[in-house]
Ligand binder design. Sequence first.
Ligand code: SF4
Ligand code: SF4
Length: 180
Amino acid sequence: MQALDRRKVLIDEMQRLASEQKHCAACPGHCCTSVANSMQTTPIETQDVLNYLRESGRWNSDLKEQLKLNIEKFRLDHIPGNGRRNYLRKTYDCPFFAGKNLGCTIPKEVKPYGCLGFNPSEVNESEGKSCSSNQKILAEREESDPSENETNLRLTNLHSLWWDKLPLPLALLEAEKSGL
Ligand code: SF4
Ligand code: SF4
């Protein structure tokens, strides 16, 4: 499945909510900053973002330095446990958040699933109080592609990854280090 196909059900739901005025336009972006962001990505999600960054010419030394500083600032590489699922999630300012007016600079076609599945349920939400992760639709997405677990396993074995989910900045740098 292509990156967009794996996200279709989430994007459709986001668009449905937006058509009811349940969108992020009035919010300063709480879920993209350390106020509430603890996004982690799997190998395939990380690869989607990395491919986009490479293809769009954004994967350069400035961005990598920014990611390193972000990891340092939020101590994202101090990982309780062994990098496998269910360890404590740390909050951090997402380095791809460009502020209230520009918002997220990662296109929806390759955005982490958790970002797409987190939306407001009230009209013109501005404080994030009505926002939540739609577990039902995230599960529906997961079930729509049963081969995704195998793909993650294949990437893990092929590139000897020691992690199955990491905060996005760390995942990107670790992915490159492993030749993903
Ligand atoms: S990837 Fe985009 S939507 Fe997700 S936390 Fe970062 S800025 Fe926010
Ligand atoms: S999902 Fe909620 S907290 Fe996140 S930017 Fe949109 S309105 Fe704000």
